[in-house]
Design a binder for this molecule. Structure first.
Ligand SMILES: NC(=O)c1ccc[n+]([C@@H]2O[C@H](COP(=O)([O-])OP(=O)(O)OC[C@H]3O[C@@H](n4cnc5c(N)ncnc54)[C@H](O)[C@@H]3O)[C@@H](O)[C@H]2O)c1
Length: 351
């Protein structure tokens, strides 16, 4: 049994992580820390969490906690995670690992020095459909069954990602605790908000792309063309020897438009992501192979009716129990913020 302390009782805690961690048979959520007192009290009560603290440092002093999960605001959570690691607790944290690479590096040092371990919440890598796609990409690249992979397009035009469904969540209206937003020191202040918005969403996609194409593959930014909102446009990358185009921005429509299309010389794989936060459904995978006549198939993973966030929580607890490596470790998430910084640097400085 892993005794978990949870930090931050806001949206992600209530909508995903607390329902998931409290439902796992080998995890007991024994304490909650929340800066907003009424929110803390009501959320602890709803999820039956016995001990409540105000600040995460109080929770970290609790000797009866094995590990910590955190979904504080993106400006707070790198500090929370670093303090937890330094207190010797392994950490599950929401993405992004930090808002600049230097800050993220401090977390990696804390991890190395403490011996505790850091996992970052990139739930797409735990989605059964994305898992199936990853297996197919690896297999096709290894066997050459449908020729070389030569082009990848990723599109995420976001809108209303919570589906307007926050009605069951507790919101006490208490003022939000102030925090410094630690964006890269080279970034002009007028681009700070756009950088945060871009990072918040597209760190998921650079993480996914690097996983699909090989986490160890070299990457470089080839071109960036964004509108003045710093969100809308296209990013061209080279990951390994593959040309990758990311289409970014917001668009209101009647479906969630997030997909990955991988072109091989004699076929393709397409993956359509489920809308964020939707429970018990996976990404949909379609494959076209042209070798033995034309064939186009939709494939379903064995665990199709499952929820990525739930599998992610399970993975964290299992890895703590067994010592197995995390699929989304901090040292890998570090590369995402490096890459995001490089995209923005290219856009603003042309290099
Ligand atoms: N994976 C996903 O799909 C996804 C989706 C949305 C948000 N996120 C990430 O989740 C994180 C949290 O987002 P959210 O919408 O839940 O935030 P939120 O603002 O709703 O909640 C954060 C809570 O943490 C509390 N808090 C902050 N610092 C604290 C501290 N030191 N000690 C105790 N409590 C503290 C705040 O008072 C707040 O109530 C963000 O980093 C965001 O990037 C991930």
């Amino acid at each position: 049994m892993i005794r978990l302390g949870y930090v931050g009782a806001g949206y992600m805690a209530q909508a995903a992580h607390l329902p998931n961690f409290t439902a796992l048979p080998d995890c007991e959520v024994v304490a909650l820390a929340e800066l907003r007192p009424q929110l803390g009290e009501r959320v602890a009560q709803r999820f039956g969490i016995p001990r409540l603290y105000r600040h995460h440092t109080e929770l970290l002093a609790d000797p009866d906690i094995d590990a910590v999960a955190v979904s504080a605001h993106f400006s707070h959570q790198a500090q929370v995670a670093e303090d937890a690691l330094r207190a010797g607790k392994s950490v599950f944290m929401e993405k992004p690992i930090a808002l600049n690479a230097a800050r993220a590096e401090r977390l990696l040092h804390a991890e190395q020095e403490s011996g505790a371990r850091l996992m970052v919440g990139y739930m797409k890598r735990y989605d059964a459909g994305w898992e199936l796609a990853k297996r197919l990409v690896d297999e096709y690249r290894q066997t050459g069954a449908i020729g070389d992979l030569f082009f990848v397009r990723l599109r995420c035009h976001y809108h209303e990602w919570t589906r307007g469904d926050s009605s069951r969540l507790i919101d006490t209206g208490e003022p939000y605790p102030p925090a410094d937003t630690e964006t890269p020191d080279w970034l002009p202040p007028e681009y700070q908000e756009a950088f945060v918005n871009f990072t918040q969403l597209y760190c998921h996609h650079v993480n996914l792309l690097r996983w699909m194409l090989g986490e160890e593959a070299e990457w470089r930014v080839v071109a960036v063309d964004l509108d003045s909102d710093g969100m809308t446009g296209a990013v061209v990358l080279r990951i390994g020897d593959v040309c990758v185009v990311m289409e970014t921005g917001a668009q209101r429509s009647m479906r969630w438009d997030e997909h990955l299309h991988l072109d091989f010389r004699r076929g393709w794989i397409r993956v359509d992501a489920p809308q964020l936060m939707v429970r018990n459904t996976s990404a949909q995978v379609e494959v076209c192979a042209t070798d033995n006549g034309m064939e186009q198939r939709r494939l379903f993973p064995p665990d199709y009716w499952s929820w990525s966030y739930q599998r992610e929580a399970q993975h964290f607890i299992e890895c703590l129990r067994t010592g197995a490596p995390f699929r989304t470790p901090g040292r890998d998430a570090f590369k995402d913020i490096e890459l995001i910084e490089a995209i923005y640097r290219h856009w603003l400085q042309g290099a």
